[in-house]
Design a binder for this molecule. Structure first.
Ligand code: PLP
Length: 455
């Protein structure tokens, strides 16, 4: 029944609408811990944590209770102008406590895309109030993903025709990708960082620093293929931005909330000192739609300095600071702190990453990369040339299907198999996940050989 209703009425995000037909295998009806249950009653280990978001795992009674309690007490409370509610005030205070020094203000929204929109609009507002209206351009790197609203989609440079369809051409500009595995030849290690720095400086010169407002970067590029930039890259980019009065936005929608062993990873892990930090997904472990943009004191001082009507911060959403979402956010942090989730990501993540590297022995695997609880296996048709399979081979999709038949959900994204398990995954479960992927790779290898698609 529900399957029929879905087929008849639901427009699925990021789907090939002509070919997408949901089956009972695709319909999930329950979840607990790291596991989901599908409509056929199969229990599946969700090594994606939904979409990188179910960080404390499914079905946590305390989360359910916090949501129920707040919904019963006050189910909605807007925070426009001078309106306020308790959970959003408490959560803002808690987030600034977890943030690096110099971040004391929070703008709430319901998704990472909107958090990134907020970051850019806030920076634009800052420069406008300073009478520097020309500073409007935003630089984003190739292979980035920042969301799916119009501006966030324009900031995104990964994934098929996505960008061609949605680019806000005159605001966003593309910088070279910090993608070591696919760096131009001869640019290993430190040379690649120099190259990327030089490219960035050239781009800034071409556009004019007076026209550039900000640079947005995921500390690790998630949906682009868990691309870990080369060491020294983040600090170099920050240095160049500082020298040109360009603000830095750290998009920590995926990398935040424990996935790399920190509530916010950009500064402690990568030395990336940002001016705005955006958070989403794991901020509520997906129990409620919640996201946030943390704004530095330097920016806030300017945007809050004038009482002139023209200085109104004209930005906001019906569900900004939604009390039920914020109550979920508060409980999520309480659980993460009590269970030292960040510490366990450090401990379990190291072993998990080590094991994953063993997959590199497969002839299909070009590179395995990642950190903490995020990883990608990049599939190639030829390990020497790093040539990829034509999309119609569906190599990553085949791996996904074999994993699934063994009870494991992984995410195929173009030529990558993506992993972002719940942060409560145990070391033993991590070993099992890698074993299943190994077996699935072997099956796909034989299939492709039999079909003459692999030499
Ligand atoms: C790094 C990053 N930023 C922003 C977003 C957009 O978040 P949302 O889908 O909640 O709008 C995503 C979503 O995957 C993301 O990976």
């Amino acid at each position: 029944m529900a399957i029929g209703q879905d087929r008849a009425h639901v427009i699925h995000p990021f789907s090939q609408l002509a070919a997408t037909e949901v089956t009972p295998d695709d319909m999930y009806v329950g979840g607990d811990g790291c596991y989901l249950e599908d409509a056929r009653g199969n229990r599946l280990f969700d090594a994606n944590a939904g979409l990188w978001c179910v960080n404390v795992g499914y079905g946590r009674e305390e989360m359910v209770e916090a949501i129920r309690e707040q919904a019963g007490r006050m189910s909605y409370g807007q925070i426009f102008a001078r309106n306020a509610n308790l959970p959003s005030a408490e959560l803002a205070a808690k987030l600034t406590e977890l943030a690096p020094d110099g971040f004391n203000r929070v703008f709430f929204s319901t998704g990472g895309s909107i958090a990134n929109e907020t970051a850019v609009r806030t920076v634009h507002h800052y420069f406008r109030l300073q009478g520097r209206d020309s500073k409007r351009f935003v630089i984003s790197v190739d292979n980035s993903y920042h969301g799916s609203t119009y501006l966030a989609a324009s900031l995104t440079f990964s994934g098929g025709n996505y960008h061609d369809l949605f680019h806000v051409v005159d605001v966003v500009h593309r910088a070279a990708s910090p993608y070591p595995y696919r760096a131009p030849e001869g640019l290993e290690g430190g040379h690649f960082v120099d190259y990327l720095g030089d490219e960035m400086e050239r781009l800034i010169t071409r556009l004019g620093a007076d026209n550039i407002a900000c640079f947005i970067l995921e500390p690790i590029l998630g949906a682009g293929g868990v691309i870990v930039p080369p060491e020294g890259y983040h600090a170099r980019m920050v240095e160049i931005c500082r020298a040109n009065d360009i603000f830095v936005i750290a998009d920590e929608v995926v990398t935040g909330f424990g996935r790399l062993g920190h509530f916010m990873a950009a500064e402690p892990v990568f030395g990336m000192e940002a001016d705005v930090i955006t958070l989403g997904k794991g901020i509520s472990s997906g129990y409620q739609p919640l996201a946030a943009a943390l704004v530095s004191d330097r920016i806030y001082e300017v945007i809050s300095s004038s009482a002139d009507p023209s200085a109104v911060y004209a930005h906001g959403f019906t569900h900004s600071g939604h009390p039920v979402c914020c109550a979920a956010g508060l409980m999520n942090i309480e659980i993460m702190e009590r269970e030292d989730i960040c510490g366990r990501v450090d401990r379990v993540g190291a072993g998990f990453q080590d094991r994953l590297r063993d997959l590199g022995g497969s002839p299909l695997v070009g590179e395995v990369r990642g950190m903490g609880f995020m990883a990608a296996v990049e599939l190639v048709a030829d390990k020497n040339t790093r040539e990829t399979f034509p999309p119609e081979t569906g190599a990553a999709g085949r791996v996904e299907a074999h994993c699934r038949s063994r009870g494991l959900i992984v995410r195929p994204l173009r030529r990558h198999v993506i992993l972002s398990p719940p942060l409560v995954m145990t070391a033993e479960e991590g070993v099992w996940v890698v074993e299943v992927i190994q077996q699935s790779l072997e099956r796909v290898e034989s299939e492709l050989r039999a079909e003459g698609l692999l030499a």
